[in-house]
Design a protein around this ligand. Structure first.
Ligand code: T3D
Length: 263
C-alpha cells in the first residue's frame, strides 16, 4: 500500500520499523484517512517480522489529536464522536498495547489531545526536550480519550492527572520525565538517534518476553495479586518453552552474549 498521511520504513536487517505521522502542516492531527493508513501500516509491521517499532511525527509536532477540521458540524449530520472513537482511536490504542513487540514513541514536538495519549499508549516514550504534552480536550469541552483517563492517574497519580486534564496546561518533556509520565527527555537533535539506537537494541532482545512483559504489567493495573501471580506463572510456562529462554540460559552458562531470535 502507498501512504500519504504517514510514512512507513521497515529496515529488514535491523528489524526495526518506523512509522512517521506525516501531516506536518496540521501538526500530524488525525483524519480518517490517516487512521486508515496507520492501521494498514501496523498490519504491515506485524507481518514483516519487525522486532521493534518507532512511532514519531514529521515537522514540529508529534500529533495534535483529532483533526478538528475533519469533523462535520452540520446540524442533523454532526459527527458522532463515540462512533469516531469506536472506529479509529480505541482500536488504535488497543492495537499498540497488544502489539507483540516493543513500541517506542519518539515525541518530536507537541503531543496534544489524543496525540498525547497516543504517545502514552506506546511502551517507551522518548521526547525531545522542546516537546510538550497537552491534555487539550477540556479546551474544546471534552474529556481525555484514547486512554488518557487510564494512563494519567496510573503514571502520575490522581492529583497530577486531574490537574493536567482539568487545566489542559502544557507539560514540558522534562517535567513529564520527572513526573514519571515518560521514560526520557533528550536533546532535540539527539531524539532520532536515541530512538534508533534503543529500537536496534530492543530488536535484539527476546521479543516474546517483551510482549509478555507488556501484557503482564498492564494486566497488573486492574488485577488482584492472586490473578497476577497466575498470569506470571502462565507466561513463564509459555516462555520457558521458547528458543530465546534456552538460548539465554545457554549463553549465561557459556559466559557469552545471547543471540535471541524472537521465538
Ligand atoms: O473530537 C473528536 O473527534 C473526538 C476525539 C477526540 C480526540 C482529540 O484529540 S480531541 C483534541 C483535539 N486536539 C486539540 O484540541 C488540539 C488543537 N490544537 C492546538 O491546541 C494547538 O494547535 C497546539 C497547542 C497543539 C499547538 O499550538 P501551536 O501554536 O504550536 O500551533 P498552531 O498554530 O495552533 O497549529 C499549527 C497548524 O496546525 C494550524 O494550521 P494553520 O492555521 O497553520 O493552517 C492549526 O490549525 C493546525 N492544527 C493544530 N492542531 C489541529 C490543527 N488542525 C486541525 N486539528 C487539530 N487538532
Amino acid at each position: 500500500m502507498s501512504y500519504e498521511a504517514i510514512r512507513l520504513d521497515i529496515d529488514t536487517s535491523s528489524r526495526v520499523a518506523t512509522i512517521t505521522l506525516n501531516r506536518p502542516d496540521k501538526l500530524n492531527s488525525f483524519t480518517r484517512a490517516m487512521h486508515e493508513e496507520l492501521a494498514a501500516a501496523l498490519g504491515e509491521v506485524e507481518k514483516s517480522g519487525a522486532r521493534a517499532l518507532i512511532l514519531t511525527g514529521s515537522g514540529r509536532g508529534f500529533c495534535a489529536g483529532q483533526d478538528l477540521a475533519d469533523l462535520d458540524f452540520t446540524p442533523g449530520a454532526m459527527t458522532d464522536l463515540g462512533d469516531l472513537i469506536d472506529a479509529h482511536f480505541n482500536p488504535l490504542i488497543r492495537r499498540l498495547q497488544a502489539l507483540p513487540l516493543p513500541v517506542i514513541a519518539a515525541v518530536n514536538g507537541t503531543a496534544a489531545g489524543a496525540g498525547a495519549n497516543l504517545a502514552l499508549a506506546c511502551d517507551i516514550v522518548l521526547a525531545a526536550r522542546s516537546a510538550s504534552f497537552i491534555q487539550a480536550f477540556v479546551k474544546i469541552g471534552l474529556v481525555p480519550d484514547s486512554g488518557g483517563t487510564w494512563f494519567l492517574p496510573q503514571c502520575v497519580g490522581m492529583a497530577r492527572a486531574l490537574g493536567l486534564a482539568i487545566t489542559g496546561d502544557k507539560l514540558s518533556a522534562e517535567k513529564a520525565e520527572s513526573w514519571g509520565l515518560i521514560w526520557q527527555a533528550v536533546d532535540d537533535q539527539e531524539l532520532a538517534a536515541a530512538a534508533a539506537t534503543l529500537a536496534a537494541q530492543l530488536a535484539q532482545q527476546p521479543t516474546r518476553a517483551i510482549a509478555g512483559i507488556k501484557r503482564a504489567m498492564r494486566a497488573g493495573a486492574t488485577q488482584t495479586l492472586d490473578q497476577q501471580l497466575d498470569l506470571e506463572r502462565d507466561l513463564q510456562r509459555e516462555l520457558g518453552a521458547s528458543h530465546d529462554y534456552a538460548e539465554g540460559v545457554r549463553a549465561f552458562v557459556e559466559k557469552r552474549a545471547p543471540r535471541f531470535e524472537g521465538r
